[in-house]
Design a protein around this ligand. Sequence first.
Ligand code: 5GP
Length: 180
Amino acid sequence: MKGCKRLYSARAIAARVKKLGKAISADYAGKDPLFVCVLKGACIFFSDLVRAVSLPVQLDFVQAASYGGGTVSSGEVRIVKDVECSVAGRHVLLVEDIVDTGRTLARLQELFKARGARSVQICALLDKPSRRAAGGVRAAYCGFTVEDRFVVGYGLDLDEKYRNLPYIGELPPQGEEAWQ
Ligand code: 5GP
């Protein structure tokens, strides 16, 4: 895409996902884990990650949104789509595209713990630690650490566009550019 600065190529992402899958396979062996994809941004990462895990795992999906419109979130998180299976007694791995303030994952972690999950860990493709809010979270597994910049591709969007870019890139300040 013209104007999009490539940060991580498809090849670099694939190599990192493979390593994450190996680490997760070792840590969750014998635990019958439940992997929960945080929609929509993590959908592509999730699909690749679960296939890099050499264990039988159960999959489910959750979608969260911040209250309030516009570009500034109120910080309150609501569940738009809940998981279908019971998390009680389960080892849950939340799979997210990017940890920014960490509020979304803090809310999901709290919710699943309150429902009796045995453990709730986080696997994030990207982490922006400089943006973490008080009460934010820590990812047990992380693909790449990024600076405070807006990234798109490999599931991440800008107004629902660019999710299907095979790489992770940074948009120029003006935003949209034509595909080439
Ligand atoms: P948090 O609750 O951690 O502040 O919000 C995380 C969500 O904000 C992510 O799941 C993602 O949807 C969105 N987000 C945060 N930073 C970025 C970014 O750089 N690019 C995109 N496309 N989304 C982001």
